[in-house]
Design a protein around this ligand. Structure first.
Ligand SMILES: Cc1cc2nc3c(=O)[nH]c(=O)nc-3n(C[C@H](O)[C@H](O)[C@H](O)COP(=O)(O)OP(=O)(O)OC[C@H]3O[C@@H](n4cnc5c(N)ncnc54)[C@H](O)[C@@H]3O)c2cc1C
Length: 436
């Protein structure tokens, strides 16, 4: 059978790789000039050598990302632990908290333990145990994080100096208002898995380009600079894709099945009235744009260099509460072995870096999770079971949970199941992998 896959993020790449392995003809369309998952990777020519930097600097662990890790195992992708130190400060202020291990409230011993910090860490531990208990008891699916936190009585300082800077600039990358609307159960579950004892935070050893090269190494046709403009599926028969080719010409090509693995808002715009229900479901997923800037401006780091960690959360309360995370790329990429110049990657800057220091600016879209997405997940999974379906949807937005590489892989596996295609791995493989 002939498959058209639209979009080359982790979801589209996983679907394309598995369909190609099962012997189907696969065309993978990407409107950008490189494969989407690695499109923002940056080549830095700062000394005599070229250093390759991952943007965004993505991480995972075996507990929360079991399907992703199994896929990487099958592909032979090497992984290394991330140097996980984390600092917290207010804009232009000194570091008030330095953790040895991101997502675990283990204090750096060299750091002074003030009363406020002790209180903060105590609350973090209490919230963790309360979260485990409440998850076990079952939380209403419509209880938002904002309501959960106000009912639990945790202090505003804890939220604005610790919890929200971490969630808004790393785990969920969204505004504080969108965090308030997140379902409490999803955040508590994510925090439980991120902070589980013995879980090591990992990154790929050779970067995202290595991952995407492995995923497209088979026989599939990778068609870059090719934008899909419209999907046309008559009630029976094959699906037509209206494409804009790299030379600008428009062309229609026909496929037995099409897997749409773009962001939900882009997918919706590709469909016509014959896919009215799908359009309605896809319109329920909301997005926020997240600027990610690679630069050399030390003003977006804590003032004292000796306090720097790999991940540096800097927050402000006015004019509106917000936080950024600046990643020290030299430390994130241990293999760079380049102590200077220090290269930074700032997610969601609340202070603009000096334009002369900017190496690359990307604006990434991240799905939000709220009451609308909970309804949409249910409707989408029911709609995907309809017999005779020939247009399929996957992407990190499409399954329950914080949208991450893991949900992208799971959504692609769901599509493969719907298509009755041989899965790249079994539940037994998954169980064995998570034991490692
Ligand atoms: C700052 C930041 C940090 C993150 N950190 C982590 C992390 O540490 N760990 C983690 O697991 N996840 C992380 N994530 C989330 C993760 O990167 C995403 O969930 C994941 O990459 C999304 O993959 P996807 O396949 O759903 O979609 P995308 O990667 O968005 O892919 C969609 C593709 O479709 C293409 N496309 C769109 N329209 C068309 C069209 N009409 N024709 C052809 N092509 C089209 C786009 O160009 C794009 O390449 C982070 C995200 C951000 C923003």
């Amino acid at each position: 059978m002939r498959f058209g896959i639209i979009g080359s993020g982790i979801a589209g790449l996983t679907a394309a790789w598995a369909l190609d392995r099962s012997g189907h003809d696969v065309d993978l369309f990407e409107c950008g000039s490189s494969l989407g998952m690695a499109a923002q990777t940056v080549d830095l020519n700062l000394d005599d050598k070229v250093r390759v930097g991952d943007v965004p600097s993505r991480m995972f662990n075996r507990l929360q990302w079991p399907n992703l890790c199994l896929l990487y195992d099958l592909l032979g992708v090497d992984t290394v632990p991330v140097e996980p130190s984390q600092t917290f400060s207010h804009l232009h202020g000194p570091v008030y908290l330095r953790l040895k291990n991101a997502y675990r409230a283990k204090l750096d011993r060299n750091f002074l333990l003030g009363r406020t910090v002790r209180k903060l860490l105590k609350t973090a531990a209490e919230l963790k145990s309360a979260g485990v208990r409440d998850l076990a008891a079952g939380l209403p699916s419509d209880l938002t994080l904002g309501s959960y936190l106000s009912n639990s009585g945790v202090s505003r300082d804890f939220i604005s100096d610790f919890l929200y800077p971490t969630l808004s600039s790393t785990v969920c990358t969204c505004s504080y208002a969108s965090l308030d609307a997140y379902p409490a159960s999803i955040i508590l579950q994510a925090l439980r898995e991120l902070t589980a004892d013995g879980e090591t935070l990992l990154k790929t050893t050779h970067g995202t380009r290595d991952v995407v090269n492995r995923l497209v190494s088979g026989n599939l046709a990778t068609r870059l600079n090719t934008r899909v403009h419209q999907i046309d599926a008559p009630p029976t028969g094959p699906v037509d894709l209206k494409l804009q080719l790299p030379d600008g010409r428009m062309q229609t090509e026909t496929f037995d099945h099409v897997v749409v693995s773009t962001q939900a808002n882009h997918a919706r715009d590709l469909l016509n009235e014959s896919s009215a229900e799908d359009r309605e479901i896809l319109a329920m997923f909301d997005y926020e744009s997240i600027p990610v800037i690679v630069h050399l401006d030390t003003r977006l780091m804590p003032p004292r260099r000796g306090h720097w960690g790999t991940f540096n959360m800097i927050s402000q309360r006015d004019p509106q509460p917000a936080a950024m995370c600046t990643v020290l790329m030299n430390q994130f990429h241990r293999d760079w072995q380049m102590p200077s110049p220090a290269v930074f990657q700032t997610i969601n800057p609340i202070l603009e870096p000096d334009p002369g220091s900017v190496i690359q600016t990307s604006v990434l879209q991240r799905p939000l999770v709220n009451r609308h997405s909970q309804v949409a997940w249910e409707r989408l999974s029911a709609a995907m079971l309809r017999p005779g379906r020939r247009i399929w949807f996957c992407g990190s937005y499409a399954v329950a949970g914080v949208p991450l590489l893991e949900t992208g892989v799971v959504s692609a596996v769901n599509v493969l199941q719907g298509l009755d295609v041989e899965l790249p791995f079994t539940d037994r493989d998954l169980a064995a992998s998570s034991q490692r």
